[in-house]
Design a binder for this molecule. Structure first.
Ligand SMILES: Nc1ncnc2c1ncn2[C@@H]1O[C@H](COP(=O)(O)OP(=O)(O)O)[C@@H](O)[C@H]1O
Ligand SMILES: [Mg+2]
Length: 230
């Protein structure tokens, strides 16, 4: 049984086929989702998180068909994501952003502070969210996603804006999240992060699944090199 299964998912925007008949599975661990710009990664996240209905295909969570579920229902079942374009509340403080993301039964000042500590941005707690560096804002998105205690966490380019030390800390956090039994899907351009921390990698190109494999297999795949270089 896989945590997440995407079956034959297609998304068309008029003439553009953003996601083309993609079938893949995600289990507990870190799963990389890579591919050149425009490959359909963010659109696939939109489909998995329930923000966009696929033109065709199904989304299964723990073997239940959730294709017709809305984003809130999926969130309650443990699906959380971050956005490539940051979606924090700019006029609230960093800490307030996490408090509002906590579900009512878990809402507490202390838990919000712990989550900020955990992602490494406690120093920015009282700063207004639209004034913090991009890297910190990305980590704030992660803290907000963790506030729902997700079993499936979708991260859309989380490391852009992080320096090397912050990226290493982020990698260590990924391992902790997996040790807690979560499934993490990582859309990421930092190949060191992908190669060092992913258990499996799916490669999208022009909307289609090019290949899936271990990081070592992906590194050696001629088609992957071509998709990136060509
Ligand atoms: N809302 C939209 N309307 C029209 N085309 C879109 C929309 N969102 C994405 N696309 C197109 O779908 C393709 C995949 O985009 P996207 O999922 O953002 O790729 P990635 O995240 O891999 O860079 C691109 O050709 C993009 O221009
Ligand atoms: Mg994208």
């Amino acid at each position: 049984m896989s945590t997440l299964r995407v079956e034959g998912v297609t998304v068309r925007f008029g003439e553009v086929t953003a996601v083309d008949d993609v079938t893949l599975s995600v289990d507990v661990g870190v799963t990389g989702l890579i591919g050149p710009n425009g490959a359909g990664k963010t659109t696939l996240f939109d489909v998995i998180s329930g923000l966009r209905k696929p033109t065709a295909g199904r989304v299964l969570l723990d073997d239940a068909d959730i294709t017709s579920w809305g984003p809130h229902q999926r969130s309650r079942r443990g699906v959380a994501r971050t956005f490539q374009r940051l979606e924090v509340f700019g006029s609230l403080t960093v800490w307030e952003n996490v408090v509002v993301a906590l579900e009512s039964r878990r809402r507490s000042a202390r838990l919000a502070a712990e989550l900020l500590e955990r992602v490494g941005i406690a120093e920015f707690s009282d700063n207004q969210a639209d004034t913090v560096p991009t890297g910190a804002a990305r980590l704030l998105e992660l803290a907000r996603a963790l506030a729902t205690d997700p079993s499936l966490l979708l991260l859309d380019e989380p490391s852009s804006g992080l320096d090397r030390a912050e990226t290493d800390a982020f990698g260590a956090l990924l391992q902790e999240l997996v040790a807690e039994g979560r499934a993490v899907v990582l859309v990421e351009h930092d190949m060191d992060l992908v190669m060092n921390y992913c258990d499996r990698v799916h490669v999208l190109n022009l909307g289609s699944l090019l290949t899936s494999g271990t990081p070592a297999e992906i590194r050696e795949h001629a088609g992957v090199r071509e998709a990136y270089l060509g």
